[in-house]
Ligand binder design. Structure first.
Ligand code: PAF
Length: 271
């Protein structure tokens, strides 16, 4: 990958990278299509990164669909798939960890110890190998996007991080590689995430400023789905992710909800 990126760069071409863990769906494809339009050479990385999984069962169950992924990449004009092996990414003696302080502490960071250090460490390595001019991520992982943007600025990584809107199924469920694990009943009740976000948005846009009121109303929507178990639901400053008590500036509601053994996340702007 290093040699290929050097060659492409020395030909004066612009490289875009879309980092993924595979199991590509329409959400990934929208990132790939956006990146394709911005660059001369498009790299998609496919690497199920053990460092960012806090539970072995989740790592083992993560869908691996190489044949379908590589076919989709060809159909969408991807120039190279970077799919390193675990031992080549983390050989014996690997000892470095990239940590972004602050932004990673709340929301998913509070419930998945070490997760964001695993993400930033692997993304720093992917950037190092693919040497992209731009890298495209989804806003579904809003906290991840903020953390990676911070890391890129703090470590003078000379590239632009682009965040793209969440793609949703027709009924509003955010697209996710984990949706395949939902039973039909869980799939139906998973709509409580989108409905809770809609409820919060409706209140905020109707003039409600008290965050506790908004969170309570949104939580009631999730409680109405008997198979759903809320992990967290938080309203934060859209920029620095600090929890808010009142809506005085751009705010985002973010949530994680379990349906059986599947953990789903979603978020949206409230104003
Ligand atoms: O969002 C993901 O799929 C992963 O966290 C990423 C950015 C590819 C790093 O492994």
């Amino acid at each position: 990958m290093h040699a290929l990126s050097d060659e492409v760069r020395s030909a004066g071409k612009r490289i875009a990278l879309v980092p993924t863990m595979g199991a590509l769906h329409a959400g990934h494809l929208s990132l790939i299509d956006h990146a394709r339009a911005q660059a001369d050479f498009l790299v998609v990385s496919i690497f199920v990164n053990p460092l960012q999984f806090d539970r072995d069962a989740d790592l083992d169950a993560y869908p691996r669909t190489w044949e379908a992924d590589s076919a989709l990449c060809s159909e969408h004009g991807v120039d190279a798939i970077y799919a390193p092996t675990v031992p080549s990414m983390y050989p014996q003696g690997f000892a470095t960890k990239v940590t972004v302080a602050g932004l990673g502490q709340g929301l998913c960071g509070a419930h998945r110890p070490g997760h964001f250090d695993g993400v930033t460490t692997v993304v720093a390595k992917l950037f190092g190998a693919a040497k992209p001019h731009i890298a495209v991520f989804g806003q579904k992982d809003y906290q991840q996007l903020k953390i990676i943007t911070r890391m890129t600025a703090d470590l003078d990584m000379d590239l632009e991080v682009i965040g793209r809107p969440t793609l949703r199924e027709a009924d509003g469920l955010a697209m996710s590689s984990r949706n395949v694990h939902l039973s039909p009943e869980e799939r139906a009740q998973a709509l409580c995430l989108r409905r809770a976000l809609d409820k919060a948005r409706e209140l905020a846009q109707g003039g409600e400023r008290d965050v506790e009121t908004i969170k309570t109303a949104a939580a009631q929507v999730v409680e109405g789905a008997p198979l759903a178990r809320m992990e967290y639901l938080e309203v934060v400053d859209a920029d620095n992710l600090a929890p808010l008590a009142r809506l005085d500036g751009p705010a985002r509601m973010a949530m994680a909800v379990w349906l059986g053994t599947t953990r789903l996340i979603d978020n949206d702007a409230l104003n």
